[in-house]
Structures are given as C-alpha cells and as structure tokens.
Design a protein around this ligand. Structure first.
Ligand SMILES: [Zn+2]
Length: 518
C-alpha cells in the first residue's frame, strides 16, 4: 500500500441532539466502529468521525422546554452520546460538534466561496415545511398534501425572503457523477431511489432562515441563520481540524478528505447523495467516495416509537447483556443495508447459540484438554491437516475479507461461524479425549493444535465486532496482542505460532438464562 491510498476516512451521521441517543443511532455507530476497526486491522490509517448536529428550531424548542439555554441543552445531550459510545466501546478518532467555533468559521468560509461562485442568491420562498424533518416538502410527498409521512405532523406553511442554493445548476453534473461512479451510492437499491429524485428535476432550495435564531449567522446578514442541513453536512469537514489548526477549509481537508464512506440511515439519503455532492462541486472540493444508506430497525416486527412505547433502551440492553452481546446481535442478525428486527428471544438465542455454545464451548473444551493432559503446552505437530480444515480456514479468511471490503458485515460473520461449526464437528468426530486415552497422543496433539490455530484466527477476525471477547480469547490462547493496527499480518493457517502455551479456560460468554415471568 502506498502512503496515499492507505488512508480510510469513515463517518457516522452527526446525530441530532433534540433527544438522547436511541438504539438506531447506536446501531449505526456500532457498524461504523466495526468497519473502522477492520480497516485498522488491515493496516489502514483510519479516521473515524462521529459527532452531533446541534442547530435548528427543534433544538431551540427542546431547550426551552427543559428551561435550558440552547448551548446547555446541546452540551448535555452531546455528553449523553459520548457516554453511550464509551459504553459501546466505540473507538472514534474525531468528534465533530456543529456548535464549535471552528465549525462556524468553516461554514461561513464555505458559504462565502459558494456565494462568490454565483451559486447563492436571494429570493422569496413559499412552500410547505416539516419542522421535524427540518426539510421542505412538496405536496406530492405529503399525505393528503398536508401531513409528513415520517412524522405524522402537519407541514407548516412557510413564506420568507431567503438565500437559495442553485442546486438545479448541478443536475447534469450529478447524474454524470453517478454514471462515472457506479458505487457512489450503496446499497444499489438506494441508488435507484436517488436517481428517481434527480430525474424529477433538482430544485434550488433555501439555505437560510429568518425565523430560526439558533444557528450560524449568514456572513454580512445577521438577520438570518444558515439552514441546519447546509451547516451540518460541513461538520464532516470541520470535524477533521485539530484544535491547534487555523480553522480553514484547506487545513481541514488536507489529511483525510475526501471521505471514503459516509454511513447514514436511509432517511437522510437525499441530503448526503444529492445536496452534499452538489454543495461540494460548487465549492470545487472533492466528493466523498461512497454514501451507504442502511435500513431501519423494528422491534418484534413493529416500528419503534415513543407513542407506541416499544422503544429499546440501549443502556438497559448493555446493562443486562454486556457491550459485546449488543454489538454482536445487530451486526450478526441484520444484513447491513436492509431493515432489521430486534426481538428479545432472538437476541438471547443468538448469544447463547453463537457465542456461549459454538464458539465459547469449543475454546473451553480445547483449553481444558490441553491444560489437563499437556501442561498447557502444545507444540506444532509433525502431522498436518488432521481436522481437514486447512482449505476451509484459508477460504473463510478470503471470504471474510471480501465481505468486509463490501461492507457485508453480517455475511462476514456468517462465513466465520460456518468455520466455527465445521471445527466443532471435526473436533467431535476426532474425539481427542479418546485419542489421549488410547495413547494416540500425536494425533490428539495435532487435533488440539489445529483447533487452537483456527480459534486464534477467529479471535483476530471477530475483533472488529466483539473487541472485548476477542481479547479474552486471545489471552486464553496465550497470544499477545502486539499491535492492534495491522494485526492482519498474523492471520492465516499456521501463520505465526510454533507452539501454544495456553491459560486456564474460562467461559468467554456465559449462557443467558431467561427468567420466565410466571
Ligand atoms: Zn417530517
């Protein structure tokens, strides 16, 4: 890898701070963290940016309701996000806040550049606006021409003199960009959705508000603030600045821009796949390489909502089952990009069958036999491939790699667990405990060595998903984690170890015993 192409810049959305983080934000951030950890494993120079989007009327109102100043409210909610990311073992490099001074300076600089380019003009706006979406709606998009289908709120009549961004000017350029970069929007079914919008014709949209005070002032016009989306998207750039750097766009973009992938929920696809690239084209900045819109979560097959009361509280889930269980479930159960469901029964089944039984038991049984019969030490044996899993291990690693590179996180885990299942089967068929009894010690040693070797590989490969458990496995196998970056060089059949000196086997994942109510 050359120095240039070993950079990987991934972002989560900047989460809106009108409320404390919910399970949907947690899911997105877990997925980003998993991808970032995988890239670090592969030796990339990774920048993972998350953060909060803190302006707009909704936030101003939330603050008022709590009898807080808007900034106090933002600080409080942002703290809640940071707290949850810590609990979920999210290893981000940058936390971008749109109320930071450096962000304000970047947004105003950007505004001025686009203004000078002739892409911002003043005009009257009249139309319908959903305050919850912070977005304009055409009558066609609304139920009965009035109600926002996402929020079930009546869209407001809106009339103001505003600054407009000349989005329509970029229609052809954007279509051309989609054609030349077929992977720009993923998964592919989302691309068709976006192409549909673009074909209807891009309309210029207002990027300022007279009525919103909680925002970044328009340069040289203090009566208006910048529209929250025009502001927030630039958080992906301003957040890259170190605190010591001069708040200039050219400084912000010099190391990691353009972004390798923006991971977002499908509800904010239009902003990222249409508005954002056109804004960047206007400012003559490179476009992100990829926008990936994942699906929504349901609970027991139903949409989650405060009104229905079927919300999953991420803190309760972590308290009850632990961080790795939560990370594992969502990444294992849901095809990344598609909608997915949470149910408690499914959750417990997944943890018990995949982590406690298939993986945990195999490790435990192998370690116990090594400790009991060979004083904890297994040398690399003279025999080879007694489990007949050498080829499968190698192909699993290759499959895992290509799935991860395509952001197919669930499929990557599927391939790992096929190897875990196959190893369990081969281990049971060989019955190493009987080989020991029958004094076929070489065969027994070979069986154990190869089982440990497969588990060693798995402990590295699962580390982006379940980092704590991975480390426990690693330690019990007697391996040192020398360097979290570039650990990939240790992946492979009989790659490093001439022998294993293992530790005592302790269950890495205790079974969850469901307490039946009545
Ligand atoms: Zn809405």
């Amino acid at each position: 890898m050359s120095r240039e192409n070993n950079k990987f810049y991934i972002t989560s959305p900047l989460y809106y701070v009108n409320d404390v983080p919910h399970i949907g934000s947690a899911y997105t951030t877990i997925a980003c963290d998993c991808i970032a950890r995988y890239k670090r494993l592969r030796g990339y120079d990774v920048c993972f940016l998350t953060g909060t989007d803190e302006h707009g009327q909704k936030i101003f109102k939330s603050a008022l309701e709590q009898k807080l100043l808007p900034q106090e409210h933002c600080d409080f909610i942002t703290g809640k996000f940071q707290e949850l990311w810590k609990l979920l073992n999210i290893k981000y490099n940058k936390f971008s806040r749109t109320t930071s001074k450096k962000h304000e300076l970047i947004v105003q600089e950007f505004f001025n550049v686009v203004f000078k380019r002739g892409d911002i003009y003043e005009a009257d706006y009249e139309g319908l606006y959903c305050e919850a979406c912070e977005d304009f709606k055409s009558e066609k998009e609304l139920l009965d021409g009035k109600i926002c289908p996402i929020h079930k709120l009546k869209a407001q009549e809106y009339k103001e003199k505003n600054y407009f961004f000349a989005l329509s000017k970029y229609q052809d350029k954007l279509v051309k960009h989609f054609e030349e970069n077929p992977d720009f929007i993923q998964p592919s079914h989302r691309k068709n959705e976006v192409l549909g919008w673009v074909k209807e014709g891009l309309k210029d949209f207002p990027i300022s508000r007279q009525s919103v005070s909680w925002g970044i002032p328009i340069p040289n016009d203090s009566k208006q603030t910048i529209y929250v989306w025009f502001d927030a998207l630039l958080g992906y750039i301003s957040g890259l600045l170190d605190d010591t750097e001069n708040s200039k766009v050219e400084n912000a973009i010099k190391k990691y821009w353009p972004c390798s992938v923006h991971i977002i929920g499908k509800d904010i696809l239009r902003f990222h796949a249409v508005y954002w690239p056109c804004m960047l084209m206007s400012a003559n900045l490179p476009l992100p390489k990829k926008v990936f819109g994942h699906g929504f979560l349901t609970k027991d097959g139903e949409k989650m909502g405060k009104t229905t009361g079927n919300i999953i509280n991420p803190h309760e889930l972590i308290n009850e089952f632990g961080t790795d269980a939560v990370r594992f479930y969502f990444l294992r159960e849901i095809s990344f990009g598609k909608d997915g469901d949470f149910s408690r029964d499914n959750f417990i089944n997944r943890i018990n069958s995949d982590l406690a039984n298939n993986l945990g038991n195999l490790l435990n049984r192998a370690l116990n036999l090594v400790n009991k019969n060979f004083n904890g030490v297994i040398e690399e044996p003279g025999l080879d491939n007694i489990l007949s899993l050498k080829e499968k291990t190698v192909s699993t690693i290759n499959n895992f790699e290509s799935h991860m590179d395509n952001l197919e996180l669930k499929e990557a885990l599927d391939s790992l667990w096929q190897l875990v299942d196959a190893t369990n089967k081969a281990f049971n068929n060989l019955e190493p405990w009987k080989l020991i009894k029958n004094n076929e010690k070489d065969k027994a040693k070979c069986c154990l060595y190869e089982t440990l070797e497969i588990l060693r590989n798995i402990s590295i490969l699962v580390s982006p998903f379940i980092p704590e458990t991975s480390l426990k496995m690693y330690n019990q196998l007697g391996c040192d984690r020398l360097d979290e970056n570039n650990e990939w060089k240790k992946v492979g059949w009989k790659k490093l170890k001439a022998s294993f000196t293992v530790k005592e086997g302790k269950p890495i994942f205790p079974r969850v015993e469901e307490q039946k109510s009545n």
